[in-house]
Design a protein around this ligand. Structure first.
Ligand SMILES: Cc1cc2nc3c(=O)[nH]c(=O)nc-3n(C[C@H](O)[C@H](O)[C@H](O)COP(=O)(O)OP(=O)(O)OC[C@H]3O[C@@H](n4cnc5c(N)ncnc54)[C@H](O)[C@@H]3O)c2cc1C
Length: 495
């Protein structure tokens, strides 16, 4: 045991990370804890982070957040997928959807059945067997019985932090307004207190650093080393802007590859979140601004804003008596909308390992092992989108195609190319369906399929494939349009 009992928890920062941590700790394990959150209105939050993935709903179930109420307060729309445009080559697009595609068996995923059916000439597009993908493409959504669709949301990030704040304060979190100007450490090296501009000191036993990119405690105070992944993920800036909606919201995010990066479009009920993620080595801020503004629909609601970042993670997410969450602990660019997910995973882990009786080295080690592993899997998945491409039309894409990639990713790519196999790994948020959809979408076609498929004769396989398609049709036939469903379930007042 390295320190005494933990009773006073200080959360530094009131963005999505800070308020998620404060709300969860106070509601779920906070009976005997004092939870204080310090934030500065003058500094503000990063203000982006609007696309989520399905596990997001788990945290809401724990916090007992009513889904329809939450959605109407954050202008929420439903998200079933991401459409990747121009990623494999200019003019080509594919969809990475949530949920499953078709049905596999114990030895082989559905892709093996599909590959043989394709060889025999009767397979339709791979995506045709994925209900979420087909619903996204046809602009449909609904909550059916037996959870037929796996879904997430598009949300207004600022409104979401406000909603979490309200919930956290209701559950007893004390908010302290002010700018932190000093972080004082005890003799042991642990953090003892943060000091505000006003002179007020806030003491704690455990500190949760949610201060954003500045990483006030984990980096500035404790000097926790940062593992830089820029050589694999070279984009280091984004420019973001909001526009009015000019069409009904679609139930998926769009990711459109550009000359030296990619553009996102996130549809909310009455507005659209847009941004361009780019690599400053190949594109200036002015060029990025021009590219983004030339590719918008709708009128500007906000001024374009440049954000700078470095991709990578702190080698310790938990260092001494400080746990970093959100941008303070690491950043993976938003291509697969994983940052809020990593925040929530960190919060759940913290609650599972909460050091009521004192912080132990073994807890810290386990927390860091799990966070670090989860970051690495997501890193590999994102690198794949850049590296497995046929694009050679710009220096940026040629660099991505030719770069050395992590061995862990190379192995996955080789295995799939040779055999069509994907093995799911503990702590990898992306399951077989995601890897298969993106690998095939980016242009890898396996050279063989699992021989277990040959146990079906041609007629059986034909019927099996037809049945897979009919199951999807049955789901689609029950779905209203996305807009109809929103209007019925969770309209925003201003919509
Ligand atoms: C371009 C871009 C797009 C993104 N898109 C997505 C997405 O689609 N999906 C997704 O899941 N994630 C996305 N993210 C990540 C997401 O925005 C963040 O993970 C999320 O908003 C959490 O941010 P945070 O709370 O860690 O930091 P912030 O929102 O920056 O909050 C930091 C807090 O610390 C406070 N603070 C800082 N310094 C001080 C000080 N000295 N004194 C007092 N308070 C201080 C600030 O006032 C603020 O309250 C994106 C990120 C970027 C950069």
């Amino acid at each position: 045991m390295s320190s005494g009992k933990v009773q006073n928890v200080v959360v530094v920062g009131g963005g999505t990370a800070g308020w998620t941590a404060a709300a969860a700790v106070a509601k779920l394990i906070g009976a005997n804890l004092n939870v204080v959150l310090v934030e500065s209105d003058a500094i503000g939050t990063v203000g982006v982070g609007e696309a989520t993935i399905p596990p997001f709903r788990t945290m809401h179930r724990l916090l007992k957040i009513d889904e329809a109420d939450f959605l109407s307060r954050v202008q929420g729309t439903f998200k079933l997928a991401i459409q990747f445009e121009n990623w494999r080559e200019v003019g080509h697009d594919y969809i990475h959807s949530f949920g499953f595609t078709g049905q596999g068996c114990w030895a082989a995923g559905f892709q093996h059945f599909w590959l043989k059916a394709k060889t025999l000439g009767f397979a339709e597009d791979y995506g045709r067997y994925a209900p979420e993908l087909m619903a996204a493409q046809t602009g449909r959504f609904g909550l059916l019985q037996e959870n037929a669709l796996s879904y997430a949301f598009h949300i207004d990030a600022t409104a979401y932090a406000g909603l979490l704040r309200q919930q956290a304060e209701k559950d007893g979190v004390t908010r302290v307004e002010g700018k932190i100007v000093d972080v004082r450490q005890a003799e042991s090296g642990d953090i003892a207190e943060v000091v505000l501009e006003s002179g007020q000191a806030v003491k704690g036993d455990l500190f949760i650093d949610c201060s954003g990119f500045v990483s006030l405690l984990l980096d500035k105070a404790l000097g926790t080393e940062f593992e830089d992944w820029t050589h694999w993920l070279p984009c280091d800036r984004a420019i973001a802007v909001q526009t009015t909606a000019v069409e009904e919201p679609i139930p998926y995010t769009r990711s459109i590859a550009r000359e030296s990066g990619w553009q996102w479009r996130i549809p909310l009920q009455t507005r659209v979140g847009n941004g361009l993620v780019y690599c400053s080595e190949f594109m200036s801020d002015d060029e990025a601004r021009d590219t983004l503004l030339a590719n918008l629909e709708g009128a500007l609601i906000t001024e374009p804003r440049v954000l700078r970042f470095r991709t990578g993670q702190r080698v310790k997410h938990w260092n001494r008596n400080c746990i970093g969450l959100g941008l303070a602990a690491g950043f993976l660019e938003p291509l697969e909308s994983t940052s809020i997910h990593l925040i929530q995973r960190g919060v759940i882990r913290l609650m599972q390992m909460f050091p009521y009786n004192g912080i132990t080295e073994s807890d810290r080690t386990e927390f860091n092992r799990q966070m670090e592993t989860e970051f690495r899997y997501i890193r590999d998945f994102i690198i794949m989108h850049y590296h497995v491409t046929e694009r050679t039309d710009s220096e940026f894409w040629r660099r991505c195609r030719e770069m050395e990639i992590p061995d862990s990713l190379q192995h996955r790519l080789d295995l799939f190319r040779d055999t069509g196999r994907v093995f799911e790994t503990d702590l990898d948020i992306f399951r077989e369906n995601s890897w298969v959809q993106v690998m095939m979408g980016q242009g890898i076609e396996p050279q063989s399929y699992h021989p277990i498929v040959d146990m079906m004769d041609e007629q059986e396989l034909r019927q099996f494939m037809q049945f897979q398609g009919q199951k999807v049709d049955h789901i689609l036939s029950q779905l209203p349009t996305h807009r109809e469903f929103i209007d019925r379930y969770c309209p925003t007042a201003s919509a």
